[in-house]
Design a protein around this ligand. Structure first.
Ligand code: GLN
Length: 321
């Protein structure tokens, strides 16, 4: 009801102000030059339930880029386009404990095979296998897929894309190594173009929450009443989020928060709350959570965002375990 919505938004607003000060413990990502110019004090949240009931607070209209959150989306898309066996032959599903852009293990595993699709090496591999004759076509398909979940037109932020394209030395070296060991399905520069453009897709917190809602519902979109991707793929995506979604802080995140989630260096966090974990919350049938707080820690996770999410998950007993 109207009254409950109002009450929930008020509660969300209190929580945002309570956790906003944590932003001081982090910093905006600076290795992508335009991200460094973001207002590090911002914090926003949206939670959307299966009836389209939304609770939101903070800078909810602020646009930011998906960055690593896009890795979940392209992984799901690749599984649909190529089938699971094809994808799993080229990227494993084991956490690494290393940083998201680490190169060190590529030689130690089955040579060149990336450990999981949530680290850059795995995500670049996944992007290279997407269907399409050009990077542009592949990016259009990613946008279309996301638009089905979110219900509005999306676009790539060209400035962020250019900023990263010009400084992507680490990702270039990962991609060249992957190419050398036979794990890329298209030329290096094309795979990088797709990967960096998917990272630069622009959204707000409500958009992020919608993606989380569909993942929470095993690929079923409760508002358009359509199955957008297979349940089996959704389960795999959630397992990857739990084990690898928060980079090398995934273990602690699972231990102390206990939700499938994916973060990005823009300060984005997406979480998927399945129905059995939503029972004590205003979203008993499950929900998607989108958070934006651009000040990130050394690992790459939003500091205020993680603290806010932890509070909510504890308060409402959302731990899936
Ligand atoms: N585009 C970023 C990169 O490849 C995404 C990384 C991230 O969000 N962790 O470095």
């Amino acid at each position: 009801t109207e009254h409950n919505n109002h009450k929930n938004n008020q509660l969300a607003a209190e929580w945002v102000e309570q956790f906003r000060p944590f932003a001081k413990e982090g910093q905006c990502a600076s290795y992508i030059p335009v991200l460094a110019e973001k207002d590090s004090n911002q914090l926003a949240i949206s939670i959307i339930g299966t009836n389209n009931d939304e609770m939101k607070a903070g800078e909810t209209t602020e646009l930011f880029t998906l960055q690593s959150v896009s890795k979940v989306v392209t992984f799901i898309l690749a599984c649909m386009e190529r089938g699971l066996p094809y994808v799993l032959e080229r990227v494993d599903v084991e956490p690494t404990g290393d940083t998201f852009n680490s190169i060190i293990r590529l030689e130690s595993h089955q040579p060149g095979k990336p450990f999981n699709p949530m680290i850059n090496a795995g995500a670049i591999t996944v992007s290279s296998m997407l269907d399409g004759n050009s990077p542009q076509e592949k990016v259009s398909k990613i946008l279309c897929f996301l638009e089905q979940m979110i219900g509005k037109k999306l676009k790539v932020n060209e400035e962020v894309y250019q900023s990263e394209w010009q400084t992507a030395n680490r990702n270039r070296s990962l991609a060249y190594y992957l190419m050398d060991s036979g794990f890329l399905d298209c030329p290096v520069e094309e795979a990088l173009e797709v990967y960096l453009k998917q990272c630069a897709i622009e959204v707000n917190v409500s958009d992020l929450a919608m993606i989380g809602l569909v993942i929470a519902n095993d690929g079923y979109h409760p508002l358009t009443k359509t199955q957008l991707f297979p349940k089996q793929v959704a389960k795999l995506a959630k397992a990857l989020m739990v084990t690898c979604g928060m980079y090398n802080a995934s273990g602690k995140f699972a231990a102390f928060i206990g939700l499938p989630a994916k973060s990005g260096v823009s300060g984005a966090i997406l979480a998927a709350v399945p129905s059995h974990a939503g029972l004590d919350s205003p979203f008993p049938a499950g929900c998607g959570i989108g958070i934006y707080g651009p000040a990130i820690d050394d690992i790459g996770n939003s500091v205020a965002g993680v603290n806010l999410l932890k509070h909510i998950a504890t308060e409402w007993n959302m731990n899936i375990f």
